[in-house]
Unconditional design. Structure first.
Length: 267
């Protein structure tokens, strides 16, 4: 990893334009591994991790994140053509990165939005305890930790310790450790404020949107229609089984991988 840029899959950048994925709202890029595993062997995949997770000074606007992340790609030596994308919040940053590339250098990469919330149709902001409950219901169910047991604890710190204890020895141990989880929550909150302050402007390039098919109360439906109005190039909406979180994991993410493996991969 070099300054927050993670090589998920080496692939062959000469065979296919690399796929660059921006972190979701919590800042980490752990579940992009499952998507990368569904892509052809020659598809290079890079992911941008939030600097907030490493204690680095963070950025407070989507526009500043986009500019900084483009600098990271240049420092790494990665130049267009490539595709930009991200799940949920990450898609907003990728969209703004593409807009800035177009304005600066007339490059118009395809933007891959994995169920990204559109400005004007955003989910509500959450407290730390709301986030923990949300993750337990939809993202971390494999821990087999009853929500009532978590809710009965008096403080957020107690809930974090319980989750970390139950995650010990599982594939989620590092993500849910008592040391890392507070940083994850802080990154989530700060990114959420940036998301709610962002005003998206039209983009002249192509946008590929992946939409959930299983609705949950915390995430607004109908995102594709909002993005379609902003995408002045080509726009395609692909339905994916699962909800806003589960669509990023197997078996549902295989649908995303199959569509990314075909069609136009460049600018």
């Amino acid at each position: 990893m070099r300054r927050g840029l993670v090589v998920i899959k080496v692939g062959d950048p000469q065979a296919r334009p690399p796929l660059v994925l921006v972190h979701p709202i919590g800042g980490d890029v752990f579940f992009y591994r499952e998507l990368a595993a569904c892509l052809p062997g020659d598809q290079a995949v890079y992911a941008i991790r939030s600097p907030l997770l490493d204690g680095t000074v963070g950025l407070d606007t989507i526009e500043d994140m986009a500019a900084s992340y483009l600098e990271r790609l240049e420092e790494f030596g990665l130049k267009p053509p490539y595709r930009l994308g991200g799940s949920s919040f990450g898609g907003l940053v990728a969209y703004e990165m593409a807009r800035q590339l177009d304005a600066r250098d007339a490059h118009r990469p395809q933007v891959v939005l994995i169920d990204s919330p559109a400005p004007g149709n955003l989910p509500a902001e959450m407290t730390d305890d709301d986030i923990l409950d949300y993750l337990m219901r939809y993202g971390l169910a494999r821990l087999d930790l009853p929500r009532a047991e978590l809710a009965a604890l008096p403080t957020t710190e107690d809930r974090i310790r319980l989750i970390a204890d139950r995650a010990r020895g599982t594939e989620s141990e590092a993500l849910l450790s008592a040391d890392f989880l507070p940083r994850y929550l802080r990154a989530w909150q700060r990114h959420s404020r940036a998301m709610h302050a962002y005003t998206a402007r039209p983009y002249a390039g192509d946008v590929l949107f992946f939409s959930h098919q299983e609705e949950i109360p915390e995430f607004p439906a109908g995102q594709a229609s909002h993005w379609r109005r902003l995408a002045h190039g080509g726009f395609r909406d692909v339905p994916v089984p699962g909800n806003h979180l589960s669509m990023n994991g197997m078996p549902h993410v295989a649908t995303i991988g199959a569509h990314l493996a075909q069609g136009d991969n460049g600018e």
